[in-house]
Design a protein around this ligand. Sequence first.
Ligand SMILES: Cc1ncc(COP(=O)(O)O)c(C=O)c1O
Length: 410
Amino acid sequence: MAPRSQAELERLQERYDAIFQGISPPFAFVDLDAMRTNAKVLSGQASPLRIRIASKSVRSTAVLERILGLDARFRGILSFTLPEALHLARQGHEDIFVGYPTADRKALAELAALAAERPDTHPALIVDEPAHLDLIESATGRGSVPIRVAIDIDPSWWPARGRVARIGPKRSPIRTPEHARRIAAEIAERPGTRLVGAMAYEGHIAGVGDDVPGKPLRSAAIRTMQSRSLDELRARLPGVIAAIQDASDGELEWVNAGGTGSLARSKELGVATELTAGSGFYAPTLFDTYRSLDLTPAAFFCLPIVRRPHAGVATALGGGYIASGAPGADRLPQPYMPVGLTLDSDEGAGEVQTPLVGAAAKKLRVGDRVYMRHAKAGELCERFDSLYLVEGESVVDQVATYRGDGLAFL
Ligand SMILES: Cc1ncc(COP(=O)(O)O)c(C=O)c1O
């Protein structure tokens, strides 16, 4: 991401201060102008492929619907749990697939009922081993309508055949055409399942920034790892997909790959018929470190300053919204405006209070506001019941997050 200049950030802060003057922090908001800019970047990188929206990275039905309305190539939802997929389907959404396996028997029984109504359009489930198929068949009662499933393929990179390292998401065990053919054939043979798609999510490319500030050696190592992995995928994936096609009853509806950080690179592998993105719409801090991405921060939370323990410290209320993943400084939220604030290295972002230090802290007074960014996208929505939506110089809507709707899917 090209960093914004101090003057630009000062103007942005003035704009947000004016827009939110009547609203008391803490609150969270999405800048729709910035989100639209990001949508153009993502769509351009994916073109001509369509983008399926990763709902875990949005976690607000209203925002999800706005995103889907931004571009004709934004179609379909990659859902993160089956109850979420059922919820979205009940709201009238179609073309949903659950990107992570489920063991939720109650939700599977509900899916079976939905499948009876929508045999060709009910949410699809991801699978990668016969135990998933057993569970689906036993919980759905091998209904007369087979459940739509997709095969998850392991895109991880195994230098020296995995003896040295196995780099990539620890998800599916399916790596080879033979393995893929076996599971595809088993899906085709079983009365309770029908194969409709395949997915290979290269998280070690899509989710790992290759331009880490102050870390040139680490960045170079990441670039090498990613380019070797892409070479390996270019050689391996076509055979895996062909084996799945061969063993399936009919044509696959889609082959899905990629994420915000890899759209152009995933497309160039040549096997995907569609890509996925979610985080790029909000552009949280973890997506600041990609050479190929120039996104505009679009999701923020605003905290009030509530005390000043001494001249160099201004303490904000709340703020301890740490992102999931391997713990590290990159999982912490970051102060964005005013410019010149950092977290305190002893306290980080606190459960109830977050002390802020740096030159700007000296000027902050009780009642002032600070604008923060989360490290990840959708997780911000687990902290707030609603999001204000900003356009131009005003708040144009206030919409519920999943949390605000009383929906804690994960
Ligand atoms: C299966 C799958 N596809 C795609 C993505 C990319 O999502 P995002 O664009 O929000 O990084 C993820 C993120 O973890 C994922 O798990």
